[in-house]
Design a protein around this ligand. Sequence first.
Ligand code: FAD
Length: 493
Amino acid sequence: MGDVPGLRSPASGADRAPLIFDVIIAGCGPTGATLAAELRLHDVRVLVLEKETEPVSFVRIVGLHIRSLELMAMRGLLQRILQHGRRRPAGGFFAAIPTPAPKGLDSAYAYLLGIPQPVIVRLLEEHAIELGARVRRGCAVAGVEQDDEGVTVELADGQRLRSRYLVGCDGARSTVRKLLGVGFPGEPSRNDTLMGEMAVGVPQEEIAAKVSEISETSKRFWLRPAGVGVYSVVVPAAGVSDRAEPPTLEDFAQQLRAIAGTDFGVHSPRWLSRFGDATRLAERYRVGRVLLAGDAAHIHPPLGGQGLNLGVQDAFNLGWKLAAQIRGWAPKTLLDTYQAERHPVAEDVLDNTRAQMELTSTEPGPRAVRRLLTELMDFDEVNRYLIEKITAIGIRYDFGDGPDLQGRRLRDIDVKQGHLYGLLHRGRGLLLDRTERLTVGGWSDRVDYLADPTAALDAPCVLLRPDGYVAWIGDDQQNLDEYLSRWFGKPAN
Ligand SMILES: Cc1cc2nc3c(=O)[nH]c(=O)nc-3n(C[C@H](O)[C@H](O)[C@H](O)COP(=O)(O)OP(=O)(O)OC[C@H]3O[C@@H](n4cnc5c(N)ncnc54)[C@H](O)[C@@H]3O)c2cc1C
């Protein structure tokens, strides 16, 4: 895309201005940046509007889970991301119960990649820009109107922009969601937590001894090294400072003294933040030409480290469908499958974090349940079930009757032409044909074809969607054509 005339056009007349962009994305967090890149794979003209002038420095995320790593591999991004993170074993996520991962997890990327959120956001944003997305910082979306042809987006400074679709990836307090009037029911935050990075004034050994003693009884407390002389600090926020105000170093010191009997001489904070454990899910993910994704659509406590992963996976689900709508080949109901597939996934994540919250309570009842669950996790099936849930490799979308693999993601496998995921970089569908009898015919502009890929594929033919989920399994051309129409619209010829 070239320069954007009209971006600074005056308010008057902009309502019917030419549609310079196909999609405007509000928010350049992990969800917005991922979605921008996915849309660019299909040449969709994308503008990302980000309220903040500078990227945020809060280090939140524990890591990328297996399904997100798979998606990054599918787009050729994983090698770049791996250079900035640290691989850790894929176990001990559920309520931080330290059971190691079961053997033989069904993935070529069966680990957790520890990587700070600001780093992953930067890499995703760079990737989107390399693919041609425009990112404008210091632009807060403040108003939205839609009509039959498009959406008018008003910025906080009064500028008005037009696009065919708008996606609100603008986080938990989403302006877009509020402007749409979409309900966000759930539970308010009951326990706020302070989190920050700061220097300490006592030796490491002294800290380590105290921390291990307190961790026995308090699950919402940690002091962990985060660089030379710097510690990441987490303490309950209860009773300190005003919720509406940013936390101060004294708030942290006060809480440390209350819990540990010492404030460890904390000083020189790098950043300080506060987060809650509210659990909420948007009633709808789409209102006409405006959609919601990521934290704008769902929030939950950070247990298990799933929020960013969930948002990135929303973006992979939505990207190719919205692109298909814009390119004009989307079947009528395709865009609505975004909500049909992703709303239940978010509902499930909300539920598992509710359960994990209960398990971190220090009350006798929940502690007894925790002990019991810890014992149960020694059973391979239980442990595997929970890990597949948290890492999102256990998801099966409801595509109707069919073999168990239909609706599930296909793991990366070696194929004669290299790695399966290496063939999905362009975000197109893919037919894996062991029979060498079938064809993608008039869909070849959207779906690639691979003959005789590998004997390791436990099915005659598999049709993959651009997000790597199995859309169809079989060996009959007529049946395949029905499914190609269902997911990829009318053939081109
Ligand atoms: C302490 C903590 C630890 C966490 N750990 C993990 C973890 O280990 N793993 C994990 O997967 N998740 C984790 N999360 C959750 C994760 O941080 C979020 O789920 C994730 O940031 C959501 O991404 P997003 O892009 O949807 O929203 P956000 O990251 O909130 O991004 C939204 C963007 O929109 C911008 N914006 C807001 N309003 C507007 C507007 N009106 N116009 C334009 N732009 C706007 C914001 O400035 C922001 O850049 C953690 C969260 C917390 C609080």
